[in-house]
Design a protein around this ligand. Structure first.
Ligand SMILES: NC(=O)CC[C@H](N)C(=O)O
Length: 384
């Protein structure tokens, strides 16, 4: 018999590992996934499920993700749920990894997939204590070091403190597609959308395609000419990693689209870019919103929805007044009920809106799917 997944996982688990935070706090555990070292911004995600979608979300580039759910890996890794072609998190922190995955779709264990993609993780640490620490002190730079000879803590701390900050990081070009591609409409084609890829999640064009939209996904470096070469009924700006304050190119591109009054929809990074195009600022949240259980109120209907989030930055726009912008009146359409952070923007005088969270919801509750229908309505109205 060949070596089982279980056997190799046990062998790796015996190796020591340490998580070092930039403020000097350390957590000792066991190696998980690939053995080695990695750096990134330590952030926590409160999703109870959906780790495969989280790990493959390009917006997590250069982040070490801490799972607050204590058991991770129970459903293994399948061939269908990836949100992009690879794992993007720079490290993964879990408390109690599954020894044996059990799911009819699982093709291998999460541990094996982390090894195959060379993603360094750590297990067996008190993720509740770590999460409380990050809530109190804020997201911060960190390193995971595993194996027999990991060096002194002083030396490791110095290496963590030498890493770049997330504030000021420009990462979207690194993760976005280099070549344009088309996601065909499911059934009869009704609309064409140009989607600017800043780190797009695979489920997003899919949610548009199932509404009869042919989606032309364009690289982050696309120009106004590239967008209008596909004769779009609407333009979409995707989610993406890094600090929106660095995204001057996408802000200029979106400004050009707004000038033409083409129906526009943005998600997450796309919401921050709309905020900037309208003249609002963006800022870094203390510890961000990550997970699939965040309450958001749609202020246009008053309804509350449970939503999927992954953002560390937010738009600084006034909650209770309509703002005058270059593109007419704008208002905050959605707000997070945990902390009143701006979760959506809409223009009142032309067809453009965006949300800070993830209506494509992979993984996640589908409460916010209506936003794709709103985009369709804007395109229908424009056509009429
Ligand atoms: N998922 C995203 O698009 C995240 C946007 C941005 N990188 C943030 O952290 O706020």
């Amino acid at each position: 018999m060949t070596t089982s997944t279980r056997g190799t996982a046990f062998a790796r688990k015996a190796l020591p590992a340490v998580l070092v935070l930039e403020d000097g706090r350390t957590f000792r555990g066991r190696a998980y996934g690939a053995v080695g070292e990695t750096f990134g911004e330590a952030v926590f995600s409160t999703g109870m499920t959906g780790y495969q979608e989280t790990l493959t979300d390009p917006s997590y580039d250069r982040q070490i993700v801490v799972a607050t759910a204590p058991q991770i890996g129970n459903t293994g890794w399948n061939d269908e749920d990836d949100e992009s072609a690879r794992i993007w998190v720079s490290g993964y922190v879990v408390r109690d990894p599954a020894r044996v995955p059990s799911n009819w779709r699982a093709k291998r264990s999460l541990d094996d997939e982390l090894v195959a993609q060379n993603v360094v993780g750590i297990s067996g640490i008190d993720t509740r204590a770590l999460t409380r620490h990050l809530r109190e002190r804020g997201s911060m730079r960190a390193g995971i070091f595993s194996g027999e000879a990991v060096g002194s803590e002083t030396e490791l701390l110095a290496r963590v403190q030498a890493q770049p900050h997330m504030k000021g990081a420009s990462l979207y070009e690194e993760v976005a597609t280099k070549e344009a591609y088309v996601v065909p409409a499911v059934g009869a084609k009704r609309f064409t959308v140009a989607a600017v890829d800043l780190g797009i999640k695979g489920m997003t064009p899919h949610r548009m395609a199932e509404r009869g939209i042919e989606v032309h996904v364009l690289p982050a470096t696309a120009t106004e000419e590239d967008i209008y070469a596909v004769s779009p009924d609407g333009v979409f700006f995707s989610n993406g990693p890094g600090d929106p304050a660095t995204a001057d190119g996408p802000v200029a591109l979106m400004t050009a689209v707004l000038k033409r009054k083409t129906p526009l929809f943005g998600i997450c990074f796309g919401n921050q870019i709309l905020g900037r195009a309208l003249g609002f600022g963006t800022y870094k949240l203390k510890y961000g919103h990550r997970g699939i259980n965040q309450p958001v109120q749609d202020r246009t209907t008053g309804k509350v929805e449970v939503t999927a989030h992954n953002h560390g930055f937010a738009v600084d726009a006034p909650l209770d007044q309509v703002s005058d912008t270059t593109f007419g009146r704008a208002e905050v359409s959605h707000v997070c009920l945990n902390d009143n952070v701006v979760e959506g923007l809409q223009l009142l005088d032309q067809p453009a809106f965006s949300v800070q969270y993830h209506p494509e919801a992979a993984a996640g509750p589908h409460d916010a799917a209506y936003l794709f229908d709103r985009f369709v309505s804007l395109m229908e109205a424009q056509r009429a």
